[in-house]
Ligand binder design. Structure first.
Ligand SMILES: *Cc1c(COP(=O)(O)O)cnc(C)c1O
Length: 230
């Protein structure tokens, strides 16, 4: 596994996707999804120039965080249980997976305790998959109105995990729908709500996601290779 070479290729493909739609490559952040992967591989990625990592388990973040420099940026991208929020608070730059009002209220409570702002994405199940977490599109507006009132939460944008497909073009409509939801919500001029970020696109479909406006792509396999566990 040549992590440096993989990273170079992913970044190249990101730049080409940006060029196709006249976007500035600096407007898209690559999150290297390091879940299940050892610290040594993360250090290799750092040596190759990335310090933005995505993890899907609180336990893994709390274990790995002290082992890497403080300058590393951590993104919580996995389903978050409310009873784990206290352990996560203050330890990540962003939480991508806020999928219920109750979770948002727990985040508010825990970030109030440490007197910090939580930067969050609302996860949207745009493809309406039974197996997926996230707000359904029609539930989103009411949720945003409620979450906007929470003083220790900043909603930075929307996130989706698109269906697993072999042809990434099949996910284009889901990405463009997520972008449209963001535009529609911003247009309501809700106090405290001005979203600019779209967390969408993974190894199989990040180029299409970028063409449709992704500002964060979450790439694991394409950088670190296949995972043997979840
Ligand atoms: C694992 C994971 C990814 C990365 O998936 P790859 O297909 O390996 O790139 C992205 N987003 C979330 C939420 C994940 O859990």
């Amino acid at each position: 596994m040549d992590i440096a070479e993989n990273l170079k290729q992913v970044k190249n493909r990101m730049e080409q996707a940006c060029a196709r739609v006249q976007r500035d490559p600096a407007s898209v952040t690559l999150i290297a999804v390091s879940k299940t992967k050892p610290i040594e591989m993360m250090e290799e990625a750092m040596a190759a120039g990335t310090d933005v990592f995505g993890e899907n388990k609180v336990q893994e973040i709390t274990r790995k965080r002290p082992l890497l420099p403080e300058s590393v940026h951590w993104h919580m991208i996995g389903h978050l249980q409310r009873n784990k929020v206290s352990q996560l608070a203050g330890k990540v730059d962003y939480i991508h997976s806020v999928d219920s009002l109750r979770l948002a209220h727990t985040i508010e409570k825990e970030y109030a305790k440490i007197d910090e702002m939580a930067r969050i994405f609302l996860e949207v199940n745009v493809a309406r998959e039974e197996s997926k977490f996230g707000f359904l599109p029609e539930q989103l507006m009411d949720a945003v109105v409620e979450i906007a009132k929470l003083p220790h939460i900043k909603v930075v944008g929307l996130m989706t995990i698109a269906p697993f497909v072999l042809n990434p073009e099949e996910n284009r409509k889901h990405f463009s729908n997520l972008k449209q939801l963001l535009v529609d919500i911003n247009a309501k001029n809700i106090d405290n709500i001005s979203m600019s970020e779209l967390s969408m696109g993974m190894t199989g479909d990040f180029e299409v996601a970028i063409e449709e406006g992704a500002t964060f792509v979450r790439v694991g396999t394409g950088i670190f290779g296949e995972r043997t566990t979840t």
